[in-house]
Write a protein that binds this ligand. Sequence first.
Ligand SMILES: Cc1cc2nc3c(=O)[nH]c(=O)nc-3n(C[C@H](O)[C@H](O)[C@H](O)COP(=O)(O)OP(=O)(O)OC[C@H]3O[C@@H](n4cnc5c(N)ncnc54)[C@H](O)[C@@H]3O)c2cc1C
Length: 468
Amino acid sequence: MSDSFDLVVIGAGPGGYVCAIRAAQLGMKVACVEKRATLGGTCLNVGCIPSKALLHASELYAEANGHLAEMGIVARDVSVDVAKMMAFKDKGVKGNTDGVAFLFKKNKVEPVHGTARIAAPGKVEVSLAAGGTRVLEARNIVVATGSDVMPLPGVEIDETRIVSSTGALELKEVPGHLVVVGAGIIGLELGSVWGRLGSKVTVVEFLDRITPGIDAEVAKTFQRILKKQGFDFRLGTKVTGIDKTRKHLKVTVEPAQGGDAEVIEADIALVCIGRRPYTQGLGLADLGVALDDRGRIRTDRGFKTSVDGIYAIGDAIAGPMLAHKAEDEGVAIAELLAGRAGHVNYGVIPGVIYTAPEVAYVGRSEEELKDAGIAYRVGKFPFTANGRAKVNLQTDGFVKILADATTDRILGVHIIGTDAGNMIAEAAVAMEFGASAEDVARTCHAHPTLTEAVKEAALAVDGRALHM
Ligand SMILES: Cc1cc2nc3c(=O)[nH]c(=O)nc-3n(C[C@H](O)[C@H](O)[C@H](O)COP(=O)(O)OP(=O)(O)OC[C@H]3O[C@@H](n4cnc5c(N)ncnc54)[C@H](O)[C@@H]3O)c2cc1C
């Protein structure tokens, strides 16, 4: 086994493993170091994949107790076996992580299991999982070490009663009362899982709104729908401590701006206040690799750090902490290192919240356009007026298209509704090609599909929606 490589990638998450595969496709000799026992990073092991497995299963359960009877389907004695649901989720995770191992083999990427440290530019020292040390010589190094859970000061996460997202994906039983700290995407997704399975869910959020950063009108509708599903929101409220010395947790909260404290009793507290870049132990400070004020590795547009031969991508650098953003950066840096053109269009990175209904968005929100002083027109179409949504009893939500007031170019698309996560792909392609709302309005959309609501919203930009 030679220890000299064209490229050594540190971290086998969606950023790292995709980078390694693309670089190998382009003829490079590649090794990918991963300290976890399985490949796929946060996303496949404790993130996107397990959370979506539980969201899917719990949504089917909710549906069995929801609309099925209305459709003439009699489902008796539907109940949940948490252990089996967890086994189903674990099987899905294994299928995905094994898939990455297969792809490495197919593309001749060498996986190295252990913890990497950059001893010097061109030199990666791996403390091997199997014991011992191995030094890899590398013409180039890509750091793709991802992110980790952001801790809440004064609260110790034990992953049994006070859990992060990782512990919330492993609960042994349905908690009576789940308190979610933080009304961001991950907290609301995991709150939905356990809420559907029977938990009372209280969400405590410091800000006076949920899902900060998302179009405010969508966020408001989203909050109203979640409330209807049983979520209790305590906005403008902060958690100051969690006492776990008794049978029930005692979560102390107080108004964000100060005021009287109050105690909420809970069975499980899920701390979900964000994620922070993970760069510990890499030796970056000794090498002089610069970080920004949020601990992210500073890079230029070509993913180059402040040290020659060392690049960084994914959650460890600036930008949205999303798997597909990390993947696209992985491809881009591999292509740049091969002397080709590689770039990521940060203006067109879709985001999806996989609740029911889903929330999906790409481009700018109304607030961002207002802040930037850009004049825009709005086209909106509700799913209550879409034939397929009506017949499927899935009428919550709407499509909103924001187009430049002068050129009609689409600047942002925001969807709340069933299957929004798939529908947003059309908007992303349209924006990538610089489409106008008129272009989408004149594109034939199959009937009856939910996507007709996208076309209608595009027509609505020009005030000529047909079914409203
Ligand atoms: C519960 C949850 C749900 C999520 N859902 C979604 C979703 O639906 N869609 C979406 O787009 N994003 C989702 N995300 C975010 C997504 O998982 C991340 O954006 C993505 O994994 C980032 O990819 P990455 O390659 O940068 O890093 P990671 O996936 O974090 O991978 C980094 C890898 O590097 C390894 N590593 C770190 N340091 C070293 C070292 N020194 N030596 C060797 N290995 C090292 C780590 O063990 C890790 O496996 C979710 C996250 C969570 C927690």
